[in-house]
Design a protein around this ligand. Structure first.
Ligand code: G3P
Length: 215
C-alpha cells in the first residue's frame, strides 16, 4: 500500500519523508490556508522534498476555470496532480485534462457511483472521504470496499486514495480491502508506528541492561 501524507506543512512532510513513509502528498485549500503562505510557494517546496505525486487543488468551480488553473499548476513540477471536486463541471474538466495527459485526483467522493463516474471520466485517482462519512454515522470504509470492488469488476486503472483518515483502523481496513493508497495526516502516521507493548519491551530491556551494568 502506498502512503501519502495529507498535509501542507513542510516540517511534517520532511519528518515523514525521513521515515521513508511518503510516497506522495495531498493538499487541499483548508490545509494550504492553515500554513499562511502563498499556495504555489508551498507546492514548490513540497515538490523539492518528495519525488511522488503531489495533489494541488483547483479553486474554480466551473470547467473552464478548473482547466485554466490546472494548466498553470502543472507548470510548477512534473509530479503535480490536479485535485478536482466531484461535480459535473469537475467531471468535464477531468475528461479534458486526462485527454491532455494531465493527472487528476477527483476529490470529495462520498458515494460509489461518484467514484465510478470519475473513473469513467479518466481520473488518475479518486479520493473517498471516510472520516467525514463516519461523522454522519455512515461507515466510510464500506464506501472504500464498494469502490475497490467496482474498479476490480471493470478493470479501471484509477487508483483509490483513502482520504479523511482519522485513525489507524481506517488505514488497516483500507489496506485489507486492497485500496491502493491511504493519505494520512501526520498525527495518525505517528500512531501507526506505536504500540504500548513495544514501549514496555524497550523499558524492560533497558532496565535489565542497566541492572547488569550496576547502574
Ligand atoms: O485531503 C482531504 C481529506 O483528507 C480531509 O480530511 O479530516 O478534513 O475530513 P478531513
Amino acid at each position: 500500500m502506498k502512503f501519502f501524507i495529507d498535509t501542507a506543512n513542510i516540517n511534517e512532510i520532511k519528518e515523514a519523508a525521513s521515515m521513508g513513509m511518503v510516497d506522495g502528498v495531498t493538499t487541499n485549500p483548508s490545509l494550504i490556508a492553515k500554513e499562511g503562505r502563498e499556495f504555489t510557494e508551498i507546492i514548490k517546496d513540497i515538490c523539492a522534498i518528495v519525488d511522488g505525486p503531489i495533489s494541488a487543488e483547483v479553486i474554480s468551480l466551473d470547467t473552464e476555470g478548473m482547466v485554466r488553473e490546472a494548466r498553470e499548476l502543472v507548470k510548477i513540477h512534473k509530479n503535480i496532480v490536479i485535485k478536482i471536486p466531484m461535480t459535473i463541471d469537475g467531471l468535464k474538466a477531468t475528461r479534458m485534462l486526462t485527454d491532455e495527459g494531465i493527472k487528476t485526483n477527483v476529490t470529495l467522493i462520498f458515494s460509489p457511483l461518484q467514484a465510478l463516474m470519475a473513473a469513467k471520466a479518466g481520473a488518475t485517482y479518486v479520493s473517498p472521504f471516510v472520516g467525514r462519512l463516519d461523522d454522519l454515522a455512515q461507515d466510510g470504509l464500506v464506501l472504500v470496499e464498494q469502490i475497490v470492488t467496482l474498479f476490480d469488476n471493470y478493470g479501471f486503472t484509477t487508483e483509490v486514495i483513502v482520504a479523511s483518515v482519522r485513525n489507524p483502523l481506517h488505514v488497516l481496513d483500507s489496506a485489507l480491502m486492497g485500496a491502493d493508497i491511504a493519505t494520512i495526516p501526520f498525527d495518525v502516521l505517528k500512531k501507526l508506528a506505536g504500540h504500548p507493548m513495544t514501549d514496555k519491551g524497550i523499558k524492560a530491556f533497558m532496565d535489565d541492561w542497566n541492572k547488569a551494568q550496576g547502574k
